[in-house]
Write a protein that binds this ligand. Structure first.
Ligand SMILES: NC(=O)c1ccc[n+]([C@@H]2O[C@H](COP(=O)([O-])OP(=O)(O)OC[C@H]3O[C@@H](n4cnc5c(N)ncnc54)[C@H](O)[C@@H]3O)[C@@H](O)[C@H]2O)c1
Length: 254
């Protein structure tokens, strides 16, 4: 089994955190409990996702359903090195990603997954899908893919419009349960969390500018307002700008 990870000695800590995250993932638990163990037998899945405890539970469920799965990082900064160590050591899953990897390493990780010639692709940002389009010798077996993000779906729509899309892609971001809940509430919370961790400042009394009052922007603005910030929204769509104003935010030009 090949892999590219930071430190295998972090595996035990990673396993504890993966188990903890599973407590909040009832759909994955149901998949693991109820789906037949041969659901994906003979299927190779290439995944390019944030390597986090939640992703670990997803890939474990897919493996338990019979898939061969190969996982690359979809962002050089979000990889949780203890999680990748646990997937490699305890679960014998090939993982390619180290927190802080450079752009050359990042692309090599995606290449390592593409080279497995996946039947199914799970992507977050469309980097693996784009790589397979630029290196179509690896894409011959692809039945279809899923793409999770707003940006990734935009990239894929551009491929489709120019007649270059070579396999079907499910636009997960278009599902109401994705953009309505994940983008608004999930990103709304995690953006605030990231800024707090990076700056360690008191938010109350600060002025926060949120550019774009779409799904993410609505959630981010609401969370900062809840912490006592003065929130200013900038928005190019007049209807969304009006919505932001009606929701109680100051709306200004960028
Ligand atoms: N990191 C994450 O966890 C995460 C999760 C979901 C989405 N995203 C990213 O966040 C971004 C927003 O996603 P979304 O689902 O909210 O998209 P969205 O389409 O719902 O909202 C984007 C908003 O920005 C506005 N906008 C566009 N150009 C603007 C400009 N120049 N000035 C001001 N406003 C402008 C649009 O009118 C729209 O209302 C995307 O890039 C997406 O990929 C990140």
């Amino acid at each position: 089994m090949d892999h590219f990870i930071k430190d295998i000695t972090l595996a035990d800590q990673g396993r504890k955190r993966i188990t903890w995250a599973a407590r909040e993932m009832p759909v994955i638990a149901k998949l693991r409990r109820d789906e037949p163990k041969n659901l994906f037998s003979g299927i190779t899945i290439g995944a390019c996702l944030h390597i986090t405890t939640e992703t670990a539970n997803l890939v474990l469920a897919l493996k338990e359903c019979g898939a061969r799965i190969f996982l690359a990082a979809s962002n050089p900064l979000s990889t949780q090195d203890d999680v990748s160590a646990s997937l490699v050591k305890h679960e014998k899953i090939s993982v390619f990603g180290k927190k802080g990897e450079n752009s050359v390493e990042y692309e090599q990780c995606i290449k390592a997954v593409a080279e497995k010639k996946p039947d199914l692709v799970i992507d977050d940002g469309a980097d693996l899908i784009s790589y397979l389009h630029n290196n179509s010798r690896f894409a011959g077996k692809v039945i279809g893919a899923t793409e999770e993000t707003t940006t990734g779906v935009t990239r894929i729509r551009n491929l489709e419009k120019s007649g270059k899309l070579i396999f079907p892609v499910i636009a997960v971001n278009d599902a109401q349960t994705k953009h309505f809940f994940d983008n608004r509430y999930g990103t709304g919370q995690s953006t605030v969390d990231g800024i707090l961790r990076a700056t360690n400042v008191l938010i109350a009394g600060k002025t926060v500018v949120v550019s774009g009052y779409g799904w993410c922007g609505r959630g981010i603005a609401k969370n900062f307002m809840g912490l006592g910030a003065h929130v200013i929204v900038t928005e190019v769509s007049p209807v969304r700008a009006l919505e932001a104003a009606m929701d109680g935010f100051v709306v200004m030009r960028l």
